[in-house]
Design a protein around this ligand. Sequence first.
Ligand code: FES
Ligand code: FES
Length: 155
Amino acid sequence: MIIRLKVNGEWRQADVWPGASLLHVLREHLGLVGSKNACEQGECGSCSVWLDGDLVCSCLVLAAQAHEREVQTVESLAEGPRLHPVQEAFLEAGAVQCGFCTPGLIVAVADLLQHDPAPSELTIREALAGNLCRCTGYAKIIDAVKLAAQKMGNA
Ligand code: FES
Ligand code: FES
């Protein structure tokens, strides 16, 4: 089936298997490999994207469900060589090790700070409960969120 979706501001089209996930189409048809496939079961958050402005696990969304809708991926955040403040904060706080969880976390943190510009630590932990990291122990990730809030002038 042919689907058409607006990805990071640009209308794209793909000929996909009806059971294909949005994650599969982003990575394998549209060349957007920032969203990671770690569990494919909605457990880890590595594939997080926005669908019509809502944070979703793209491994759990059928590509067909995104037909004629708007998707924003982690690739939308940096402006050319200029990183998004959340990306800068992750680097500066040392919150990246293997980096596999990082794109999903960056998207989740950007979403959190859009809705709550100065979140408490409890709110941060709750917001990121769906994002699994196997490397960092989370302390530096929490530091990165606080630093990102500061950088965005909100804390
Ligand atoms: S790959 Fe989608 S939640 Fe893990
Ligand atoms: S940095 Fe390796 S899984 Fe998070």
